[in-house]
Design a binder for this molecule. Structure first.
Ligand code: FAD
Length: 324
């Protein structure tokens, strides 16, 4: 059952920031994640601040400086079907199109997708886990088939957002507004691991709002793609995903690589060793296999998620070869 709360429909960014100052206030964008969290009690709120009426937070525009600016309230369906996103940043269009179901993509926003709370069943269940301020990660000794093989320590959830993986790989930035003004943070620093802060997933402070997603101009000879493996084809969270951004010169040698894993760690996981393994080489079967092995270097298997190591290796190898 939903708890009782008051409801504010903010007409401007400043009004929303002011309304969010109260400790029990929560931002509502499309509500597809927030309302579920309130219903299952993993998040508490006594005031809901809707930003859906702030038109300036919607839409895709191309700034004169190059790149693209996507308002945080742009829906996943709009991101997936936008021609400029699809042509210039296919990894993001593919990730947005692979997230959730058609109905959820029509309602859920890009900002909400990257700020959504963990899907770990202990967090969503009635367990006072580390992420809720407790002192135990129940996944460590419990049902951990969907949990992290990299970057876990205090908490082994995997970050649930598909678009987050693509945004980190594409070198996108988050534009954030708060009581002290605006700041810009690269998405590579936007998500936090449990060792930094175990009760939150991003650098956002309580009354800060993600307003824009800024995509950099695409460098010459650079391509991107996103691939997600899930149990059900219709809709499901990722068992494993990867976003790749590769720059390849005229001699077919890789000169730049961003390889980011999703559903591997509590935040999108940059596979730096895999990137190093492929840079300076042609995309041969041997080079792809070496990079794929490097992608899971340091993986820590829990009792029920060993399959993920082979799965990530296979997906990275498959996608590198697909880009050859
Ligand atoms: C059944 C189901 C299946 C799903 N499958 C997938 C999947 O496969 N892949 C995937 O990536 N996602 C999946 N999702 C998650 C879904 O994509 C998100 O619920 C959606 O994108 C959230 O967007 P929203 O606008 O509804 O966010 P809301 O529910 O409004 O907000 C989500 C959270 O983000 C915060 N927030 C929202 N916008 C902002 C902002 N601009 N600034 C600061 N904080 C903000 C809110 O306070 C809240 O905590 C699934 C969800 C469901 C219910």
């Amino acid at each position: 059952m939903l708890p009782n709360f008051s409801y504010v429909r903010a007409r401007s960014l400043n009004e929303a920031i002011r309304a969010l100052a109260a400790p029990g206030a929560r931002l509502h964008a499309g509500g597809t994640d927030l309302l579920g969290c309130l219903r299952d009690g993993s998040v508490q709120a006594d005031k809901i601040v809707s930003v859906s009426g702030i038109g300036a937070l919607r839409g895709v525009t191309a700034p004169a400086t190059g790149g693209l600016r996507i308002g945080a309230l742009t829906t996943l369906a709009e991101v997936a079907s936008n021609k400029q996103v699809a042509e210039r940043y296919p990894a993001l269009a593919q990730a947005a199109g692979a997230a959730a179901s058609p109905q959820l993509r029509n309602q859920g926003t890009l900002g909400g997708n990257v700020c959504q709370r963990p899907r770990c069943w202990y967090f969503r269940g009635s367990f006072h886990c580390r992420r809720k301020g407790g002192d135990t990660c129940f996944a460590l000794q419990g049902e951990n088939q969907y949990h992290a093989i990299l970057g876990g320590n205090a908490c082994y959830m995997v970050h649930p957002s598909d678009t987050a993986v693509a945004l980190v790989a594409l070198g996108a930035h988050a534009r954030i507004a708060g009581p002290g003004g605006a700041r810009t943070v690269p998405f590579s620093n936007f998500f936090v691991l449990p060792e930094t802060a175990v009760t939150k997933e991003t650098v956002l402070e309580h009354n800060e709002i993600l307003t824009d997603i800024l995509l950099p101009p695409v460098a010459a000879h650079t391509k991107s793609r996103f691939r997600k493996v899930r149990s059900r084809g219709s809709w499901d969270f990722a068992l494993a995903s990867v976003a790749l951004v590769l720059t390849v010169d005229a001699a077919a040698v890789v000169t730049g690589a961003h390889i980011v894993l999703g559903a591997a760690a509590p935040a999108p996981w940059r596979a730096a060793a895999a990137e190093r393994a492929i840079i300076g080489k042609k995309l041969t079967a041997e080079a792809a296999a070496q990079a794929a092995a490097a992608a899971v270097q340091g993986a820590e298997k829990l009792a029920h998620n060993e399959y993920k190591v082979a799965l990530f290796r296979g997906v990275v190898e498959e996608q590198l070869l697909a880009m050859a």
